[in-house]
Design a protein around this ligand. Structure first.
Ligand code: CA
Length: 226
């Protein structure tokens, strides 16, 4: 039986045996699969993918760093493959923006079911807006080009301001916690920069000039979009 929603999958996995089995299984479901073995190869292909399967144990980079960087440049759903089954890793991966995870050894039927679920949940195959472009009322955020416009006018943002905006824009209308923002924008050293987030956010809010659009959720975090 062919898959109802074929998508383009980028498989990032250095183990040839695992990669071969995963690529074959996805192929039988009608998915268009490309496999790379190293983190450095991800960036050339991520924009052509609807879904990324990311092994966290790569030879040339920490998978968590790859995930964090992916989240800065693309909205592509990410399903993490990990040999680490420590709850801490899994929770951290999800907090960094993985859509789901599978612990190795991967059971192929489960993998296919999880891919289906992520595709359905995220609408990865639905087309819609160009990849990496998020529109919230008259604010448009181009995640790939790292540009933002308000009412068609580009606004000049610092790198940090843009990253905060991008982190919020990837989840339009959803509450994003302070910790999540600090994780994504600054990495793990969040205690040292918690106040800095307030400063950058105040500046971002002023530049957007849309007070109601970037809401503070007391005691939790922020939300872009009503
Ligand atoms: Ca590996």
């Amino acid at each position: 039986m062919r898959h109802a929603l074929p998508v383009r999958v980028l498989v990032v996995e250095d183990d040839d045996g695992v990669a071969g089995a995963v690529v074959d299984a996805l192929g039988t479901q009608g998915h268009d699969v490309r496999r790379v073995a190293r983190a450095v190869e991800v960036w050339a292909h991520v924009r052509d993918a609807d879904l990324v399967l990311l092994d966290l144990g790569l030879p040339d980079a920490d998978g968590m760093d790859v995930l964090r960087r992916l989240r800065r440049i693309a909205t592509t759903p990410v399903l993490v493959l990990t040999a680490r089954d420590g709850e801490r890793d899994v929770v951290r991966g999800l907090r960094l923006g993985a859509d789901d995870y599978l612990v190795k050894p991967v059971r192929l039927r489960e993998l296919l079911a999880r891919v289906d679920a992520v595709v359905r949940r995220t609408g990865a195959a639905a087309g819609g807006a160009p990849a990496g472009l998020v529109e919230i009322e008259d604010v448009c955020v181009d995640l790939a080009a790292r540009r933002a416009t308000v009412a068609g006018q580009e606004i000049a943002l610092t790198a940090k301001e843009f990253e905060i905006l991008a982190a919020l824009a990837r989840r339009p209308g959803a509450a994003v916690s302070r910790q999540q923002l600090l994780d994504e924008v600054w990495g793990d050293a969040y205690l040292a920069v918690s106040r800095s987030l307030d400063v950058h956010l105040a500046s971002l809010r002023q530049k957007l000039g849309r007070p109601g659009l970037l809401a503070t959720i007391r005691g939790f975090g922020y939300r872009l979009g009503r």
